[in-house]
Design a protein around this ligand. Structure first.
Ligand code: GLN
Length: 256
């Protein structure tokens, strides 16, 4: 196990702004997966308007509507140096939808206003129509070693990755980034994705992927994942059916 002299600090950033899609569930999953393995962990909430400390082990940025996203982007930019310092020292970043968009360089909202993001990942997002809503299935980049990911999406943003950015995976069902049939982005101890719903209760392997740099070998202590596995099977089965139906519909429309 990675040697630690304090409990694992799971940071839920701006839950009052970036918490529309059950993002707290992601934080709870990370805390639970540590404590059930005998690794002390605590949930640290950073409310909107507060500075984001550099002392957290995991930074969770969730989803939110455009107005909340404007306020969140302001707070994130003000704490950019702190987040960067924490990441340089080994912290993990998990960002979903609005939070993911704000890791990029710019986000252009539906009213045409442009927000500057943190610029952590080379990518830009523009709002588009229609909104992309529904189940998503993603085949992750092989290098991650992750199994198929399941989630739900509800966003207008289309994210274009730059040359240096690597997608989290290929979209099998749904839209993800909405550009190039890929979802999210992955970098050293950073995962961004459009999977919300929230994503970690549906994808325990992704939760452990995020925890591994923080708790080391303890992540291999097995847990009873019967319930999340049943949920996964149910959601993946449903998404595959709706995904095939959507492909057939698109094929008929495109055929004219
Ligand atoms: N406002 C952003 C969009 O619509 C983010 C939405 C979200 O976080 N689900 O793209």
């Amino acid at each position: 196990m990675v040697k630690r002299d304090s409990s694992v600090r799971i940071g839920l950033v701006f839950p009052d702004l970036l918490g529309t899609y059950g993002d707290r569930g992601n934080a709870l999953v990370l805390v639970e997966r540590c404590t059930r393995r005998g690794v002390p962990a605590e949930l640290v909430e950073v409310r909107g308007g507060s500075a984001i400390p550099d002392s957290l082990d995991v930074y969770l940025f969730g989803g939110g509507e455009d107005d909340a996203q404007v306020m969140a982007s302001d707070g994130m930019r003000r704490s950019r140096a702190s987040i960067q310092r924490a990441h340089d020292n080994g912290a993990v970043v998990f960002a979903v939808c609005a939070g993911f968009q704000l890791l990029g360089e710019t986000y252009e909202a539906s009213d045409g206003s442009v927000l500057d993001g943190l610029g952590t990942i080379e990518m830009d997002t523009r709002s588009g129509a229609p909104r992309l809503i529904g189940e998503v299935v993603v085949a992750p980049d092989e290098a991650t070693g992750l199994p198929t990911l399941t989630g739900f999406e509800n966003h207008g943003g289309r994210t274009t990755l730059g040359k240096s950015a690597r997608p989290l995976g290929s979209v099998i069902v749904g839209h993800g980034n909405g550009v190039g049939d890929v979802d999210g982005a992955v970098a050293d101890r950073i995962v961004g994705t459009y999977l919300h719903g929230p994503a970690l209760p549906r994808n325990p392997a992704l939760a452990d992927y995020l925890l591994e740099p923080v708790i080391g070998a303890a992540v291999r202590v097995p847990l009873d994942d019967g319930l999340p596995m049943a949920l996964r099977a149910q959601r993946l089965g449903d998404a595959m059916l709706t995904g095939v139906a959507a492909r057939v519909r698109d094929w008929k429309v495109n055929r004219g």
